[in-house]
Design a binder for this molecule. Structure first.
Ligand code: AMP
Ligand code: MG
Length: 267
């Protein structure tokens, strides 16, 4: 999965990244499902250790265009984990109070504590994406944010946060299909916002903005992964694999009891 990681010194061009690819998994969806089942089981065990150990902190950032599957990843990849110790923080259009503060204020407040995994459904990256495309602040203001974000994430990493960032890469064509599906299914109407069509009109501007984000904020301490997301099962598999690999590398052991339990008898 390392080939999906954006290396700091190797600029990427998004047009070269195929949203529809499924890597080496030519076994297709069914094989993919089996592997994902295995991954979710492993994730469950790793998260249990992380929670018990109460030392490491993990931050997962999900970004992507509407319908790219941020909600789906949360539902499927994190299916088996214990809700005690895993939290989702979603970032919508900022409230007035949030706007009265600096853009990292609401974000910093949600970062993981010891033993916790926190998933960001959108994030501070909206402040160089939606904010940039919609010209909500002057160029100079959003332009300075890449360095600020890198410094912020470096501080978090130095304080023990493992950061993984996923850009869910879908094609404009696949988004059309998914938006139409939402329109046709009354159970999905709540997810359909007419504003999403405005965002879709600015597709190319968003791709430029995303490309800058990937090239300017993928660091050794907080890497971006470009996740091919036209196929939902492959998207889940890539993210699940990266998560499991990363957590395994932390080598988290269950904490030892401070007491000698060898002679304890339960009567
Ligand atoms: P959703 O994720 O579908 O609930 O939509 C949330 C909306 O909030 C998206 O259109 C985002 O672009 C928007 N949003 C999130 N954060 C910001 C921000 N900092 N500034 C402007 N818009 C934002
Ligand atoms: Mg939406």
């Amino acid at each position: 999965m390392d080939r999906y990681r954006v290396k700091p010194s190797h600029p990427v061009k998004l047009v070269d990244w195929d949203p529809d690819e499924t890597g080496a998994f030519d076994g297709g969806k069914n094989d993919g499902k089996d592997i994902l089942d295995q991954l979710t089981e492993e994730l469950e065990e790793l998260q249990e250790r992380l929670y018990a150990g109460h030392r490491h902190k993990v931050l997962v950032v999900l970004q992507g265009m509407d319908t790219s599957g941020k909600d789906g990843v949360i539902r499927h990849v994190f299916e088996g984990v214990n809700p005690q110790g895993v939290r989702v923080a979603g970032f919508k259009v900022p409230t007035q109070i949030e706007l009265d503060h600096d853009y990292l204020w609401r974000v910093h407040n949600q970062v993981p504590a010891k033993g916790e995994i926190v998933i960001f459904n959108r994030s501070h990256y909206e402040d160089v994406l939606a904010v940039r495309v919609n010209q909500l602040v002057p160029d100079k203001v959003w332009g300075a944010r890449f360095d600020q974000i890198n410094a912020f994430e470096k501080m978090l990493a130095d304080e023990g946060v493992t950061i993984l960032k996923f850009y869910l890469h879908i094609s404009k064509k696949e988004q059309k299909r998914r938006l139409e599906e939402r329109l046709q299914d009354p159970a999905k109407h709540w997810k359909f916002a007419q504003g999403d069509l405005k965002t879709r009109e600015r597709w190319d501007d968003y791709m430029v903005a995303y490309q800058d984000v990937l090239n300017r904020t993928s660091t050794d301490w907080a890497p971006w992964y470009i996740v091919p997301s036209d196929k939902k099962w492959y998207r889940n598999l890539v993210i699940g694999s990266v998560l499991v690999d990363t957590l395994k590398k932390l080598k988290i052991e269950y904490p030892q009891s401070g007491e000698d339990l060898s002679n304890v008898v339960i009567v």
